[in-house]
Design a protein around this ligand. Structure first.
Ligand SMILES: [Zn+2]
Length: 684
C-alpha cells in the first residue's frame, strides 16, 4: 500500500485502549474513551483536543509506523485474525487450490534465507532484457509487455505507477454497462510531481537522498558508474514529472474521460511506437481507450522519442530492482525501506517480515483469504445490523433531498433516483473471484510476485471483453475501510469495518451513529460530492444539474474549500481545500445524515444520558474520537500533498458546520472554532 486511498473513509474506530483508569467492562459499557479527552480545553476552542487530548499525550507512534490512528485497534485485530488464517494454510502442507496458494505465497515471502542465497539471480533475466533494448521498437514492446493493472482512480485512489503508463479497467463512463481500458501517466519513483518540481529546501533534501538511494540500488544491480546513472534517472524522471498532471486535476473524472481511438494515439501522442506497445500489452484489438491525462500521455510519448535509449535503460533498470525490492535480498529490501519508509514517511523501523508477509499475501490473494475471514469473524447478525443502519441513513439522506429549497424538481428527482438505484454491498461479495490458473510456489517469492501481477493484468484484460459486473467488489472483506464507486453507483462496506469497537452493540445508539453511522453516511454522500454528483442514476458521466443548481453547489462547496484551506499544520504547508473537497463534502453530508437518522431512531423519546453526557454529546464525541491521528512530519507533509483526505484532526472539526454541535457543548461567539450561522456550510 504505497498509496493512500481517496474515495474511501479510511481508518476510523472508537479506540478504547487508552482509558486506563476504567476497567475493561466499564469501558465497554460507556463506549467512549473518557480518559482520552482533555476537558481543560473548551470544546469550542479546540474540539479535537477536547475529545482526544489525553490520547494524544499518552500515545506514541510505533517505531515501524509513520502514523497512528484510532483504527490501530481494529487494524491490529484484523492482522491477528488474518495471520491465524494464513499460518494454518501454510501449515497444511498438502493443501490444494487457494489453501495451497495462500500457504505457498506466505511461506516464500517469509523465507529470507532463500532470498539472501539467491542474490540478484531472480531478476538477472529481466535486467539482461533491459540491457538489450537497442531501438525504439524494442523499447515500445518492453513498455507494452510490462503494462500492469496497477492504477485505479475512483476505487482505491492508486494513481502512481513506476511503469511509464498504468492501466485501469473499470466502467465506461459513457456506457456504464461496459468496461473501458483507461491509461494513466507513470514512470516516476517519487510519490508525486511536486517532489520533483518544488524548489523548497525540504524537497531539495529529499531529491538528494533519492539520488543517493538510486545510486545504491544500481550498485546492487552490478552497474558501474552508479552516481552518473542515478543523475540520469533523476533527470529523466524530472522531465516526466514536468509533463505529469497534478493530483487535483487527476482526480476529476470530467477531465479524465477522454476517449481516444487506438489508431489516434499516433497522431495525438506521437513518439512512442503505439502499435508495438498495444500489441505487446495485448490491447491491439481494443478500438477505443480512455486517455486519463491526455497532455501527460502525449508528453511521455514525446520523451520516449527524444530521450536517449541509454537514459530509458537506466530508468528501467532502477525501477525493476526497486519494484521487486521485497522479493530480492534483505540488503536490497533494507535499502528500499531506508528511502521510501524512513526518509519519505519518517518511520524509524521497518515492519516485521512476518507482518509484511501477511499484508503481501492478503494483497495478492485477498478474496481467497477474505472468504475464510468472513466465515470465521462476520456473523449474519452483524450483516443484518449494518443493513438496518444503512437503510436508516439512506432514508435520512432522501428526506434531506426533499428539504433542499434551492434544488430544481428535475435535479431533485434524479438525485432521488440515484439513491434508489444505489447498490449497497455489506461484508463481502455475493460471488467470490477465482484464482484458478494462478500457480504459486513455496520457494519462489520473486516469481510469485511476478505471476500475481500478470494474473491480475490478465483478469483486467479479460474483463474488457465482458459486460461490467456491478456486483464485483473492489475492497477485500478484511479491509478496515469502505468505498463508494460512482461509476457503478455502488458501495462496499467490508466486514472488517463492521465490527466492535467500531460498531458495538453494547454501547449507545448515539455513539454508534456518531462513529459507524458517520462512515455509512460518508460513503452514501460520496454519490453526491463534487465528483460523485457528476454521475447520474445510471452511473453515466453526465451533467444532470440545472445551471442554477450547479451554481449553488459551486458556491457552497467553494465555502468548504476556503474552510479547509485555512487549516495549516506547518507555516509552509497546509490542507489543500480543492484536493480534499470530495472527502470533506462526504464528511459533512455523512455526519449530517447520520445525525438525522439517529434522531429519527429515537422515535421522539429522549436519548439516554451516559456518564453524564447527553445523547448529542455522545454522538459528537464518538465522531471526534474516530479521527484521532498522530503523524511523523514527513508522512504528514506527504499526506497533505498527495492524499484526498485531510488529516484526521481537521476532519473531526466538520462538526463546526452543524448547529446541534454548538448547543451540545455551549460553543459561543469568540470561541476559535465558532462559525456564524451564515458561515456554517450546508450542502445536503
Ligand atoms: Zn471518502
Amino acid at each position: 500500500m504505497r498509496r493512500p486511498a481517496l474515495r474511501t473513509f479510511v481508518l476510523v474506530v472508537a479506540a478504547l485502549a487508552s482509558a486506563t483508569s476504567l476497567s475493561a467492562q466499564q469501558r465497554a459499557v460507556i463506549g467512549l474513551d473518557l480518559a482520552g479527552m482533555d476537558t481543560t480545553v473548551r470544546a469550542g476552542v479546540d474540539f479535537y483536543r477536547y475529545a482526544n487530548g489525553g490520547w494524544e499525550r499518552a500515545t506514541e507512534i510505533p517505531a515501524d509506523r509513520s502514523s497512528v490512528r484510532a483504527s490501530a485497534v481494529t487494524d491490529q485485530r484484523a492482522r491477528t485474525q488474518l495471520t491465524a488464517i494464513i499460518r494454518e494454510d501454510a501449515a497444511a502442507r498438502r493443501g490444494s487450490g487457494d489453501r495451497q496458494r495462500i500457504g505457498a505465497f506466505y511461506t516464500a515471502f517469509l523465507d529470507t534465507v532463500t532470498l539472501a542465497s539467491r542474490g540478484m539471480a531472480p531478476i538477472r533475466p529481466l535486467l539482461d532484457s533491459i540491457g538489450k533494448i537497442g531501438d525504439a521498437t524494442t523499447l515500445a514492446r518492453f513498455f507494452g509487455s510490462h503494462l500492469r493493472a496497477d492504477v485505479d482512480v475512483l476505487n482505491s485512489g492508486a494513481m502512481h505507477t513506476e511503469n511509464v503508463f498504468g492501466l485501469w479497467v473499470d466502467a465506461n463512463f459513457d456506457q456504464p454497462t461496459r468496461n473501458a481500458a483507461i491509461l494513466l501517466q507513470g514512470g516516476t519513483g517519487l510519490p508525486d510531481r511536486s517532489y520533483y518540481v518544488d524548489t523548497s529546501s525540504k524537497m531539495v533534501t529529499i531529491r538528494d537522498a533519492y539520488r543517493a538511494h538510486v545510486g545504491r540500488m544500481f550498485a546492487f544491480a552490478g552497474v558501474s558508474d552508479t552516481a552518473a546513472m542515478a543523475r540520469t534517472v533523476l533527470a529523466l524522471e524530472t522531465k516526466l514529472a514536468r509533463v505529469h498532471w497534478s493530483q487535483e486535476d487527476s482526480w476529476e473524472p470530467t477531465k479524465g474521460n477522454n476517449h481516444w481511438a487506438r489508431a489516434d494515439f499516433r497522431t495525438k501522442a506521437p513518439g512512442l511506437q503505439w502499435d508495438e506497445f498495444f500489441r505487446a500489452a495485448r490491447l491491439a484489438d481494443v478500438d477505443t481507450l480512455v486517455a486519463w491525462q491526455p497532455s501527460a500521455i502525449a508528453g511521455i510519448s514525446a520523451l520516449v522519442a527524444s530521450e536517449p535509449l541509454a537514459s530509458w535503460r537506466a530508468l528501467l533498470t532502477y525501477h525493476a530492482v526497486m519494484h521487486r525490492a521485497s522479493e530480492l535480498t534483505p540488503a536490497v529490501d533494507r535499502e528500499s525501506f531506508d528511502f521510501f519508509g524512513h526518509t519519505l514517511t519518517g518511520a524509524p523501523q521497518q515492519a516485521s517480515r512476518a507482518d509484511r508477509a501477511v499484508a503481501a499475501t492478503s494483497a495478492a490473494l485477498g478474496y481467497a483469504i477474505g472468504r475464510d475471514y468472513v466465515a470465521r469473524y462476520f456473523p449474519a447478525s452483524a450483516k443484518a445490523r449494518a443493513q438496518r443502519m444503512v437503510t436508516n441513513i439512506v432514508a435520512a439522506f432522501d428526506r434531506r433531498i426533499d428539504g433542499l429549497s434551492w434544488m430544481a424538481p428535475g435535479t431533485r428527482s434524479e438525485a432521488k433516483a440515484k439513491l434508489r438505484t444505489l447498490r449497497v454491498g455489506i461484508g463481502y461479495p455475493d460471488r467470490w473471484p477465482s484464482y484458478d490458473g494462478l500457480r504459486l510456489a513455496a520457494d519462489d517469492a520473486y516469481g510469485n510476485a511476478e505471476r500475481v501481477e500478470r494474473f491480475q493484468y490478465a483478469q483486467a484484460i479479460a474483463a474488457l471483453r465482458k459486460p461490467l459486473d456491478r456486483a464485483a467488489w473492489v475492497m477485500t472483506p478484511q479491509t478496515v475501510n469502505a468505498v463508494n464507486m460512482p461509476q457503478r453507483n455502488a458501495l462496499n462496506f467490508p466486514a472488517a469495518i463492521l465490527q466492535p469497537p467500531f460498531f458495538d452493540p453494547a454501547r449507545s445508539d448515539a455513539m454508534n451513529y456518531g462513529a459507524m453511522g458517520a462512515v455509512i453516511g460518508h460513503e452514501v454522500s460520496h454519490s453526491f460530492d463534487n465528483l460523485g454528483a457528476a454521475f447520474d442514476s445510471r452511473a453515466r458521466l453526465r451533467n444532470w444539474w440545472t445551471p442554477s443548481d450547479s451554481a449553488h453547489f459551486a458556491e457552497v462547496t467553494g465555502q468548504l474549500v476556503r474552510q479547509y484551506d485555512a487549516y495549516r499544520p506547518f507555516p509552509d504547508a497546509g490542507v489543500n481545500g480543492r484536493l480534499t473537497l470530495a472527502e470533506n463534502i462526504a464528511d459533512l453530508a455523512g455526519i449530517t445524515a447520520a445525525y438525522d437518522a439517529w434522531r429519527a431512531s429515537l422515535g421522539g423519546k429522549p436519548a439516554p444520558v451516559v456518564a453524564g453526557l447527553t445523547g448529542d454529546q455522545q454522538f459528537f464525541l464518538s465522531y471526534a474520537q474516530t479521527w484521532r491521528a498522530k503523524f511523523r512530519e514527513p508522512a504528514l507533509r506527504r499526506l497533505l500533498l498527495t492524499n484526498g483526505h485531510a488529516p484526521g484532526f481537521y476532519r473531526a472539526l466538520t462538526v463546526r458546520n452543524l448547529d446541534a454541535w454548538y448547543d451540545a457543548f455551549g460553543v459561543r461567539q469568540g470561541d476559535s472554532l465558532y462559525l456564524k450561522p451564515a458561515e456554517r456550510v450546508r450542502i445536503w
